[in-house]
Design a protein. Sequence first.
Lengths: 225, 242
Amino acid sequence: MSWLAPALWLARKDLRLEMKTRDVVASVGLFVLLVVVTASFAFPTGGAGREGVAAGVLWMSFLFAALLGMGRSMAIEKEDACLEGLLVSPAPREAVFLGKLLTNLGFTFAVEVVILPVFIALLQLRPGGGLWLLVLSAFLGTLGLVTVGTLFAAMAVNTRGREAILPLLVMPVSVPIMVAAVKVSQAGFAGGMGEGTLPWLLLMVGYDALFLLVALATFHHVTEE
Amino acid sequence: MRERPALGISLEQVTKAFGAQLALDHVDLEIPQGSFVAVMGANGAGKTTLLRTIAGIAVPTSGSVRIAGVEMRRAGPRLRALIGVVAHETMLYADLTVAENLRFHAGLFGLAHPREAVERASERLGVTPVLDRPVRALSRGTRQRVALARALLHDPAVLLLDEPYTGLDEAAAASLSELLEELATPERIVLVTLHDVVRAMAGPRRLVVLSGGRVALDTPIDGRSEDIAETYLGLLRQEVRR
């Protein structure tokens, strides 16, 4: 059995569930919107270094959005032992991981697509030609965060305080991708690739590839009882 | 029904520990194709762990579980596709309808004709009238029937049921008993954990009693059902005194 078909079934199921309950996107979206609006009031309207602060605030809100979404999406599998239903099926464990990864990426991107323009407008930023860099950093950064988060959410799902444990597991490991994402986004807000942006971009690509491989190789053990 | 190679379940010195707690303690069992086995024992005797280990959800701390001669630890999709599991919880998404749940699982099992499989299983279990209702809105008995429909979608050769009678009224329990008898064909293994000794004597053809994670009794259920029930109750009394 290939990985793709069951992964797509799983992602489609999560999308259908989300369309019925609006559990993840509504609650996470509102939370992130609140963060962004609050930040817009506290944010200086001019001066040097605004891009760096903006990138930091943006990625903190993306991180929290991803954490909330991933925790909820795995908690759904815990209810009524649905995760075990996935594990006793012939679907390879890697496909289960990929399916949850697709779901979490979809939910996080959906929030980001709404938040990023609002953020740029409220903070009166002028990325201009750097917009593509912002989009690229959002894609690579989210992929890295969500890959690590999906793996750790599966680890945390059987623990008692899973909501508290997930950030504790994810945050230390996500420091490199967060720093790189902030640096690349800062360049994006400033209008384009600056000196030293390329190594950060390469770091993001390397981080994503490494943790995707690690997650695929270890998800089987993570879900073993 | 499609032809399958002869299969059996074989447990060899299976031990499962959770920390210092032994849930299964050197269990040896041979369950040939065509068996209809009731697994009984007091709470915490290891019944659920035994089923979860056979299903491949739990990995033995030591020993081996084989189905059709293949070690479960190395079970590929083809072997897992032979197994149907009805756990204590339904494994159903409460916010999805019955049809959406069944179609999802049919897709996950890679069935060639998921729609037909869903229709067949829902008709067999009598859940066709509730196909469009969310699982959340169903009674415990109906949910249990949907859980069974889910487990039967792929026509499994090994059916594992963990206390399937829990929460069912008499009518639903009687219809489940009939269904299990119907499912216990010579091609299939049906393994069911139970609490009620009367039910164990009514359908299953073999009784395995676990006590403290060990096999305390393993006997065919034939004409001596009263003797067997008495032996089982004696074992339970011993367990309580301990």
